[in-house]
Ligand binder design. Structure first.
Ligand SMILES: *[C@@H]1O[C@H](CO)[C@@H](O)[C@H](O)[C@H]1NC(C)=O
Ligand SMILES: *[C@@H]1O[C@H](CO)[C@@H](O)[C@H](O)[C@H]1NC(C)=O
Length: 281
């Protein structure tokens, strides 16, 4: 039984590899087929994931055991363009950028932390001292449900009713009535981060488009110095509070994580990492 399934799975794997090799440069393969030939698990295996997130399962981290490698790989399959688009450099750089941004959002590190400040991503799963319920009551499309808090939750620290509503609609949960699920179900949590990463929210481009070279700056973007690079991604995520400020500690923390992960993935970071000279969207 074991031998038969081993045989058939290795035959399947060889056929799969042959198929993927033959379409990778051919004109007849569809982009979707090419993407399914490039699983992100081939770029980031479990060991590398654990080297990046050295402390995520420490007793000191409230998210201990929440963000498992397999959940990350599984969740990413719902977003087939993520980490599979473009050249090897582009794919690695996008993954490094995504992991860096979610690390800053959930960081448990500090300047003199063991293994350095950038070994502490994915330590938190929800905001500890929210200053409000993050309810924009002027938003009628995604009305707040009485008594619910739309504070930061999950790897990207999804916040505000106008993000919980559409994220839930896209992913199949009631973000307005049940926002807590983002901190209780790791698959949903990871998917909210990937959803945010992949989804354009006008006038902002998606983080994904910026990292894979599909962002075309408008005139307003050019005037605001929003040149494609990791800095624009930071601008998309929290530019209103962090960009246009010289030497902002939060922006530098995001960059620090990006540099460490890019190095571990053996890819350069590209240029325009900062958003200090950018206006926010
Ligand atoms: C979600 O988790 C929180 C603690 O993180 C807990 O208080 C709450 O009851 C949980 N809710 C559900 C629906 O499981
Ligand atoms: C764009 O960058 C230049 C050079 O760093 C700076 O002088 C200018 O003020 C920036 N523009 C905006 C809108 O921030």
């Amino acid at each position: 039984m074991a031998i038969i399934s081993w045989l058939s799975s290795s035959i399947f794997l060889s056929l799969f590899t042959l198929f993927c090799l033959s379409i990778s440069n051919a004109s007849w393969g569809t982009e979707a087929a090419r993407e399914s030939c490039r699983p992100i698990s081939s770029l980031i295996n479990k060991d590398l994931f654990h080297t990046m997130f050295l402390h995520k399962d420490d007793a000191a981290c409230p998210a201990k055991d929440f963000y498992a490698y397999n959940s990350f790989i599984q969740a990413s399959k719902s977003f087939p363009g993520f980490g599979t688009t473009g050249s090897l450099t582009t794919r690695k750089r996008e993954i490094a950028a995504f992991l860096a941004q979610i690390s800053h959002e959930t960081s448990g590190g500090w300047a003199t932390a063991p293994d350095g400040p950038y070994a502490w991503g994915l330590c938190y799963k929800e905001e500890i001292n929210p200053q409000s319920d993050y309810c924009d009551s002027t938003n009628k499309e995604w009305p707040c449900y009485p008594g619910k808090s739309y504070k930061g939750r999950g790897p990207i620290q999804l916040s505000w009713n106008f993000n919980y509503g559409p994220a839930g609609k896209a992913l199949g949960f009631d973000g307005l009535k049940n926002p807590e699920i983002v901190a209780n179900n790791s698959m949903i949590a990871l998917k909210t981060a990937l959803w945010f990463w992949m989804t354009e929210q006008k006038p902002k481009p998606s983080c994904h488009d910026v990292m894979v070279g599909r962002y075309i700056p408008t005139e307003a973007d050019v005037a605001a110095n929003r040149t494609a690079g990791f800095g624009v991604v930071t601008n998309i995520i929290n530019g209103g509070l962090e960009c246009g400020i010289p030497n902002d500690a939060r922006v530098n923390d995001r960059i620090g994580y990006f540099k460490r992960y890019a190095q571990l993935l053996n890819v350069d970071t590209g240029s325009d990492l900062d958003c200090a000279n950018q206006k926010s969207f």
